[in-house]
Design a binder for this molecule. Structure first.
Ligand code: PLP
Length: 266
């Protein structure tokens, strides 16, 4: 019997289970991929925000990656919350020494509630050291602001952001437009250094979108693990998150999560 495709998430834990590595592992499962995790930080959080963060030493994050990559094998990898420059530097070093398949970098910097998930001085490490290893980076518009200092207001601004982010060295850039005009379809811009394509999906009016960025990147990584190329994997990821937002639900007294398990929910 052959093993199924495998995917690794290098990400933070969300105790509420809606975002972070919990979102990634559920998404991997629902995309038919064996999920594995290297924990970067443990957060204490509920539906109203992040109340505590405890980052792991970078060397121990790298040890988790090394352990699974050298024995189990990794067909695709996704990074989420990386917390600080120590973790990023260690992750970059280990990713340069083992094969973990194509890398999707979701440049998580803050939660939707505005709680910081990345130290201010870690942005340069992220763009200069990790981005060059990425097959794909997937910023949303607040993340574009953190990474480039660029305020994007329209589709032309998304293209400009994609071009500038491409300069850091990833092979593809997906700028997600979900934060633009809430009465329009959700349009994302994909760029490979020479041409742009746009992915559009109907917008579902839900406030329960906690974990949406993680879920899109994880579904895309799962598709890469299954052998799809980047444009096809991004299209599959967009389809998955569109259904997950439709299947979102209230949880706690704040913002609920997207329904990662929409495919199997009764
Ligand atoms: N917590 C962790 C550990 C995360 O990785 C993320 C996003 O990547 C979040 C919280 C924030 O999720 P959201 O911005 O969807 O609320």
């Amino acid at each position: 019997m052959t093993r199924p495709p495998t995917a690794l998430t290098i990400a933070g834990s969300d105790s509420g289970g809606g975002a972070g590595l919990q979102a990634d592992l559920k998404t991997f499962l629902c995309c038919g991929v064996h999920g594995m995790s290297a924990v970067t930080a443990v957060t204490a959080q509920h539906s109203r925000g992040v109340v505590g963060v405890h980052a792991l030493p970078g060397s121990f994050v790298a040890a988790q990656v090394m352990a699974v990559a050298t024995d189990i094998g990794v067909d695709a990898t996704k990074t989420g919350m990386l917390a600080n420059a120590d973790v990023i530097t260690a992750v970059v070093q280990v990713l340069q020494s083992v094969d973990v398949g194509p890398l999707v970098v979701d440049p998580v910097s803050a939660s939707q509630h505005g709680d910081p998930l990345l130290a201010d001085d870690a942005v340069t490490a992220l763009t200069s050291k990790l981005f060059p290893l990425a097959a794909l980076v997937t910023p949303n518009l607040p993340e574009v602001k953190v990474l480039l200092g660029l305020e994007v207001r329209d589709r032309a601004g998304m293209r400009e952001a994609a071009k500038r982010l491409f300069e850091f060295g990833p092979r593809w850039v997906l700028v997600k437009g979900g934060h633009l005009d809430s009465d329009q379809p959700a349009v994302d811009v994909l760029y490979d250094g020479s041409s742009f394509s746009e992915l559009s999906a109907p917008r579902h009016p839900s406030v329960h979108t906690h974990g949406s960025g993680d879920t899109l990147a994880a579904a895309t990584a799962a598709s890469l693990a299954r052998g799809l190329d980047v444009p096809a994997a991004v299209a599959a990821g967009k389809e998955f998150i569109t259904s997950a937002v439709e299947g979102s639900f209230p949880l706690g007294s704040g913002r609920g999560p997207v329904g990662h398990f929409w495919r199997v929910r009764q």
